[in-house]
Ligand binder design. Structure first.
Ligand SMILES: [Zn+2]
Length: 291
């Protein structure tokens, strides 16, 4: 990077395509370039592909002739042999970094029996409201919902459909918390998706407190995927990523240094029609140790 580039903020421009795509498997590129791909769908595809690759590599190591006794995989996990009856699921770095556990709790309002079910997640998809904040949207996500009328819950204890209270709790918070703001909403009257340009303020430091008291994690924002455009079925994606003490903006083959305050321009619009169509879509927070 020369001085001139630093002054203008441009760090990398017009990189040859071969440089960017050199190590990317072809089928990933086919997904990324083969049409309208939603960044959130692509993220899930990518993480699952990486898990598949790591699992295949792991089974190759395991099946090799040297593997005659339980050993330790490159990631430090103890692995078991194929002929062993009890096998533990492989924990890859994708799981270690991105996976959290949610507990889905349902309480029957007749007999008060609580049914709890755990589910793992790699990201949280949350509904958004106009002129709101990420914190308030998360609060709604974790709030108690009443199941009644058409939505009654079948209680095993009562052996019948009953009204119930339902809520989600974080059982295990992930190291990296990925939050997907549901900006693309299906409008039944139009039979199509519409982009919600709602203003949703996201903080640099986020405290994740769900209904569970034993989980209270602090996170720091380190990346934002921004959707550019007013339509739901086309547009462009750019990413803002923190590197050391700086924020960098990645837009195709150009990389620019930006001020942290620029992130505020991606909150969204408080009015329905606005010239600014760049909206924060996927937020990446990293867990920070409490002091
Ligand atoms: Zn019941």
């Amino acid at each position: 990077m020369d001085d001139r580039a630093e002054e203008s903020g441009v760090i990398w421009k017009d990189a040859p395509e071969s440089t960017i795509h050199a190590d990317v498997p072809k089928d990933w590129l086919d997904v990324a370039t083969g049409g309208c791909v939603d960044a959130h769908e692509f993220l899930n595809f990518l993480l699952n592909e990486i898990v598949d690759i790591l699992e295949k590599e792991f089974s190759t190591v395991k099946d090799s002739p040297e593997s005659t006794s339980p050993g330790r995989a490159a990631n430090g996990e103890v692995y078991h042999l194929a002929n062993e009856v009890r096998r533990e699921p492989l924990v890859t770095w994708v799981h270690k970094n991105f996976q959290g556990i949610l507990t889905n709790e349902t309480k029957c309002l007749m007999c008060e029996t609580v049914t709890a079910k755990d589910e793992t997640f790699l990201d949280l998809s949350i509904d958004i409201e106009q002129n709101s904040s990420l914190t308030s949207c998360l609060k709604s996500f974790f709030s108690t919902e009443i199941l009644n009328a058409e939505d009654k819950f079948f209680c095993d204890n009562c052996c019948s459909l009953q009204e119930a209270q339902k809520r989600m709790k974080i059982k295990k918070a992930p190291q990296i918390l990925v939050i997907h703001l549901k900006r693309f909403k299906f409008i039944e009257q139009l039979s199509q998706h519409k982009k919600l340009s709602y203003r949703v303020v996201y903080p640099m430091e986020l405290k994740l407190s769900s209904a569970s008291h034993d989980v209270d994690c602090e996170y720091s924002l380190f990346a934002v995927v921004v959707h550019v455009g007013n339509a739901a079925n086309h547009g462009h994606y750019v990413s803002q990523i923190k590197s050391g003490d700086h924020w960098l903006s990645f837009d195709d083959d150009s990389v620019d240094k930006i001020q942290e305050s620029t992130l505020q321009t991606f909150y969204g619009s408080s009015r329905e029609y606005s010239r600014n169509s760049d909206h924060g879509y996927i937020l990446f927070y990293e867990s920070v140790a409490k002091s």
